[in-house]
Every structure is written in structure tokens, then in C-alpha cells.
Write a protein that binds this ligand. Structure first.
Ligand code: FES
Ligand SMILES: [Fe+2]
Length: 386
């Protein structure tokens, strides 16, 4: 990894930097273009290594506001594994493999609030802390200690308003260490106080890392989002970029940032910017003054298929129907842009990964965050870039 400048704090300097770029008609840039071999996207051996990486790296599987109360739970299918997250009676969030210890059926389904997960096959019952608390016909299992047959627990930690899980039982978990310099930055947002609104999931025929790239630059905005609120509320190809170890923060200026021209104080960043975080390896958080989008990208069984989960949470809890309707309308607009604009384009890139005969993709100096993503994965997966 090249030595990158230390990230600057989330203060008004960010808007000043963005305004300077707007005035100069430029963006923060990498030192040179980056040539990315196509096998970064499509090599089966690398794809297998990615699966191992994803199985041993903490993934933010849900925002805390998805599980606000004791006994709230949520099932997610993650890389083909069924995981149930549950807030136990003491308020601690735990994650389990959602496979019954009898013969493997799925005790939990969907989401909701329950003190008991009852397996649909023979009605073994687990509590919200994953303990086996009931089995019909218990005399058939008389010599078995129920304490040994709770749901298999996965490493799980709640931090900065996210539920982080490692998909490998018994693996270590240390979210502060995982976040490194981003730990303090995320703490500033207090995402734990946000209100969950909704989410949708779909699949797309594109490599999951190529899909991440679409959230790492605003170069494509006029062409892909020219007619939607993303294109209209941002100045294209103009971004402030700060690496935070593996992760990054990217700031896009809004057109009204020019109102701060000549003023001694450009104001807080969210008054005139949208901020995007990439949390290695698979989560994009797009933060605006109103709320945050969660864009979670994972491979779906092949190098050119991915799962997209797009959720939204509000900074201020909605106190009335009109506010909630406003949040929903905003979500619908950004979701339409992601689904019908980004993910209308991206499968064509997936097709190129399957069929193109050029040997590399070319990432511009202006696509500095895309370069960061590629270099970070190369580093994490142990291969050299040319
Ligand atoms: S498989 Fe769950 S009770 Fe039998
Ligand atoms: Fe986009």
C-alpha cells in the first residue's frame, strides 16, 4: 500500500476543501492512473480467497436501529449462510447460525420481536440468547445436556450503531481494531440514535467489487444520474478524499456550496456536501443531513453476480406520519437511482468481465477512491498490482 496522508477530522475544513475544488473545477487526485487486470474481478482462485476473507472479517450486518428493543431479531442470508441476530433480554445483541442443533432446520425466520425461536421441524425452542429451552419428547434425549445445544454463536459486537458479525464461529472480533482510524470518525455520527426506515435487497450480474466502485466516484454522475436527484444535488467529478486505513471517506460538493464563496466560515460539511464512507470490505454508508443510506454489497456465488442490500435510516426519529412519508419518499428516490441507474449500468461491466479480451481496466487519477478500493483488496488478498 502506498503511504497515504493522514485523514483530517470531520470539521469545516472539509467544506472549504470542497469549495476550493469547485472553484478550481477539479478534484483530489491519485498520483497516476491505475491499470487493473481483469483477473482482479474474475479469477476463480482470487474469488475463493475473497470468500475466506469475507468469512473472517467483521461485516456490519445490520444497523442497531434494526433491533432497538430486547428480543428484537432479524434473519439475514449472508453469503449463503443463514444468520439470526437477536437482542437478548439484557439488551445485548448476539448473532447465531440459524440452524437447529437437532437436525438443522431454521428456527428463526424474517424479523420481529420474540422471546422464543421455535424450530418448525420438531419444535425445539431457543430463547433470545440462543439457549435451548424446550424440546418436545425430551425423554428421547434424556442423556443430553441442553446447555450444550444452544444455537451456534458467531462473534458479534455492537459498536457505533452497527451490529458487526464474523461469519466464523470462534474467530476473534475486535471492531475498534478493525476500524482503526475510522473508529473515532464513526463515533462522531452516533448512528445508534438513528431510526431505521426500510431496506430492499436485489441481485445483479456484476462483480461485487466492481459494484463498490460505483459508490467511489462522482465521475459518472452526469451520465448515469443526470436526470435524478443524485446528479442534480452534487457537482460531478469533484470530491475530497480521505483514507482511514483500509476504509475511506469521500465528500461530494452540492451545487449550493458556492454560496459559501468568500465567507470566512463555509459551515458544517453536511450543509453543502454528501459524505460517503467505505467500510472495508463491503459496506458503503452515504450520509446526508437527513439520514444515512446503507449499501451492502456481497458476492452471490459467482465473480459476476452480487447481492445488493440498500437500506436507509433517519438522523432524527420521525414523530409524525408526514415526516415518515417524507423519509420514505427520499428513500424511494435514492433507491430508484441505485436500482434503475447504477444497477442498470453495472451489469454491462459484469458482461465485460466475462467477455472482454482487453487485459485491464483503467482507473483514472480522478477516481482516487476507486484506486484505494482496488489497492486495499490487492493488499488484503495478497496479490500485486502491475
Ligand atoms: S430440526 Fe429443529 S427441531 Fe428438529
Ligand atoms: Fe451512481
Amino acid at each position: 500500500m502506498p503511504v497515504l496522508p493522514k485523514a483530517r477530522p470531520l470539521d469545516r475544513e472539509l467544506a472549504r476543501r470542497a469549495l476550493e475544488l469547485v472553484e478550481a473545477g477539479t478534484t483530489e487526485m491519485a498520483e497516476s492512473v491505475l491499470r487493473v487486470p481483469l483477473d482482479y474481478y474474475n479469477d476463480p482462485a482470487r474469488f475463493a480467497r475473497e470468500q475466506s476473507l469475507l468469512a473472517t472479517t467483521p461485516l456490519a450486518l445490520a444497523p442497531s436501529c434494526r433491533l432497538p428493543s430486547p428480543h428484537d431479531y432479524l434473519v439475514r442470508d449472508v453469503l449463503g449462510t443463514s444468520v439470526v441476530m437477536s437482542r437478548d433480554g439484557d439488551g445485548k445483541v448476539r448473532a447465531f447460525l440459524n440452524y437447529c442443533r437437532h437436525r438443522g432446520a431454521r428456527p428463526a425466520d424474517g424479523c420481529g420481536n420474540t422471546r422464543r425461536f421455535t424450530c418448525p421441524y420438531h419444535a425445539w425452542t431457543y430463547d433470545s440468547a440462543g439457549r435451548l429451552v424446550g424440546m418436545p419428547g425430551a425423554e428421547g434425549f434424556a442423556e443430553v445436556d441442553r446447555g450444550d445445544y444452544g444455537l451456534v454463536q458467531l462473534p458479534c459486537e455492537e459498536r457505533h450503531g452497527m451490529v458487526w458479525v464474523v461469519l466464523t464461529a470462534g474467530a476473534p472480533i475486535d471492531i475498534s481494531a478493525h476500524l482503526g482510524p475510522l473508529d473515532d470518525e464513526l463515533a462522531q455520527w452516533d448512528f445508534g440514535s438513528y431510526e431505521y426506515l426500510t431496506e430492499r435487497e436485489f441481485e445483479s450480474d456484476v462483480n461485487w467489487k466492481a459494484a463498490l466502485e460505483a459508490f467511489a466516484e462522482s465521475y459518472h454522475f452526469p451520465y448515469v444520474h443526470g436526470n435524478s436527484l443524485i446528479g442534480q444535488n452534487t457537482i460531478a467529478n469533484t470530491a475530497v478524499f480521505d483514507p482511514f486505513g483500509k476504509h475511506y471517506r469521500l465528500g461530494f460538493a452540492c451545487p449550493w456550496i458556492v454560496n459559501a464563496r468568500g465567507k470566512p466560515d463555509p459551515g458544517p460539511p453536511l450543509d453543502s456536501m454528501a459524505l460517503i464512507y467505505w467500510i472495508f470490505p463491503n459496506l458503503v454508508l452515504a450520509v446526508s443531513a437527513v439520514g444515512a443510506e446503507l449499501i451492502d454489497l456481497l458476492p452471490a456465488g459467482s465473480p459476476t453476480r452480487c447481492t445488493v442490500r440498500h437500506g436507509w435510516m433517519a438522523r432524527e426519529p420521525s414523530t409524525d406520519d408526514a415526516t415518515r412519508a417524507g423519509y420514505q419518499a427520499l428513500y424511494e428516490a435514492v433507491h430508484a437511482a441505485v436500482r434503475d441507474e447504477d444497477f442498470a449500468m453495472l451489469p454491462t461491466c459484469g458482461d465485460a468481465i466475462r467477455h472482454a479480451q482487453h487485459d485491464h481496466m483503467l482507473i483514472g487519477r480522478n477516481e482516487i477512491a476507486v484506486q484505494h478500493v482496488v489497492r486495499t483488496f490487492a493488499d488484503a488478498l495478497g496479490f500485486a498490482l502491475p
